[in-house]
Unconditional design. Structure first.
Length: 489
């Protein structure tokens, strides 16, 4: 066991790093808050000249032609774990998957993966309740952090940090103990000074809820129960956000739209200029109708009425042609094309080239190859983290043998490639003709979860023992779809 002082020291180090992750570093390494705002389309106008920003910055503050959300959603909508297969097993483990579903992980993991795609990482925490049942919770990257051994890459510490109006709370997870702390909340800005940082790393006091018999709690799992779902991890350095690389171009797109709106407001209607005439005046009358002076005409009335009268014979009218907006839209389309290329997002997701119709299956497959490969890459890294979650679930259930089998197992995913019914049926038929078993076809081609495959196979066995159902299947297989005549007809 570590001492309380050592535990607080570890927690200080982790919380300092966690706060660093919230803010931008000034070199295009965006923090969690910026990335979250970008996904929601919350942008400030950038790259504008000082004069343009002064006149139009606030005017277009709420507008964003947000493509970063589409970039993040494109792979996320294809990520769906459907089971876990243990080492040397042919089918999925129903017990582990039942625990997964009982914890609503089929829905909440979906949210965690989206947060990881946006903000580089998300987390899963596994612990047991008083009945010995595993509980899986999912943590936002602004509230959790995991530390690794630099040699083995094993998890050596983890922390969950949150706050209310008055206090900050932290739970430190070590392989053998769980330490709970609290301290007075420190209000900070995103830019943390050295003085502020010194304040942040002090003041932790023990926190022992009524449900805890001792402080610290023992960790019976022997592993840090906090797991990181890293998006596009690297051997050295931070994981990568899918949207961080699009922000510069996104800011440029927003600026061009703002400039287009400004031009559309001021210069897309032909303007006429009168030269050689004095400004038109109207007489000012007293209560009896006598002229007592004159004043300039209200030009807004002329604009509304579309009518004006100038009697000066030397006056000449000139016209300014309306400004063209097409150059702006062409540049914006090129910018969106760069976003598509840099993120491997299919062009039809970003409406490049207009709408698509009557596209062949092969053409669609080629268009989506980049996105499919990008999504398959995520199933590998997210899959390893989810496998670690299942291992912890087995440890909570005190099943070391299953935990060991999970470590060599495989997370099963729904097919990340969109296929038409005809494509699936054709591939399944060819698989059957070369002798592949039905279970494999249902898993590989129809992408059914293990529990659903078991249900279908049960139906198949029932049909095989049912002469009426078997006769109907034989009729359909022979191509004879004529309904047999009933007796007496």
């Amino acid at each position: 066991m570590v001492t309380p002082e050592k535990a607080a020291e570890i927690l200080d180090r982790l919380t300092t790093e966690l706060r660093r992750r919230q803010q931008d570093d000034g070199n295009n390494d965006y923090g969690v808050e910026t990335l979250e705002k970008a996904y929601r389309g919350d942008f400030k106008l950038k790259y504008a000249t000082k004069d343009f920003d002064e006149f139009h910055g606030q005017r277009y503050r709420g507008h964003s032609d947000n493509w970063t959300g589409i970039v993040a959603d494109a792979p996320h909508e294809r990520l769906e774990p459907i089971g876990i297969r243990l080492r040397d097993k042919e089918t999925g483990d129903d017990g582990l998957w039942a625990t997964w579903v009982d914890n609503d992980a089929d829905a909440l993991c979906d949210l965690a993966m989206l947060d990881a795609i946006i903000a580089k990482r998300a987390f899963a925490l596994v612990w047991g309740n008083t009945a010995g049942e595993a509980r899986i919770t999912w943590e936002h990257p602004s509230q959790a952090i995991v530390d690794y051994d630099p040699e083995t890459r094993e998890r050596i510490a983890g922390a969950k940090v949150w706050a209310d109006d008055d206090l900050e709370y932290a739970t430190l997870y070590l392989p053998d103990e769980v330490w709970k702390f609290q301290r007075a909340r420190v209000q900070t800005s995103l830019v943390l000074s050295e003085k502020t940082m010194a304040t942040l790393t002090t003041g932790w006091t023990p926190r022992q809820p009524a449900s805890d018999d001792v402080w610290p709690l023992p960790n019976p799992l022997g592993k840090v129960p906090l797991v990181e779902l890293a998006n596009r991890p690297r051997l050295i350095g931070e994981p990568l956000s899918d949207i961080a690389g699009t922000l510069s171009m996104q800011h440029a797109i927003n600026l061009f739209w703002a400039e287009l709106f400004a031009v559309a407001d001021e210069a897309t209607i032909g303007q006429r200029l009168i030269i050689g005439a004095e400004p038109p005046m109207v007489p000012v009358l007293d209560e009896t109708g006598n002229v007592i002076g004159e004043k300039p005409i209200d030009l807004r009335k002329w604009r509304r009425d579309r009518t004006g009268f100038i009697s000066d014979p030397t006056a000449k009218a000139h016209e300014w042609q309306a400004a063209q907006l097409e150059p702006f839209t062409k540049v914006i389309e090129i910018m969106i094309g760069h976003v598509a290329a840099q993120t491997r997002t299919p062009a039809h997701y970003l409406l490049i080239g207009g709408t698509m119709a009557n596209v062949s299956a092969d053409a669609m497959k080629a268009l989506e190859t980049g996105l499919v490969k990008r999504t398959e890459e995520k199933t590998q890294h997210f899959g390893r983290a989810i496998r670690d979650v299942f291992e912890l679930v087995a440890l909570v259930e005190d099943n070391e043998a299953k935990a060991k089998a999970v470590r060599g197992g495989k997370v099963l995913w729904k097919d990340v490639e969109n296929r038409g019914d005809a494509q699936v049926a054709d591939a399944a038929l060819k698989d059957s003709q070369i002798g592949l078993p039905l279970q494999y076809i249902l898993e590989k081609r129809y992408n059914l979860p293990p529990a659903e495959i078991d249900r279908v196979m049960g139906m198949v066995r029932e049909n095989q023992n049912d002469p009426v159902a078997q006769a109907l299947i034989n009729e359909l297989g022979s191509g004879n779809t004529d309904t047999p005549a009933a007796d007496g007809e």
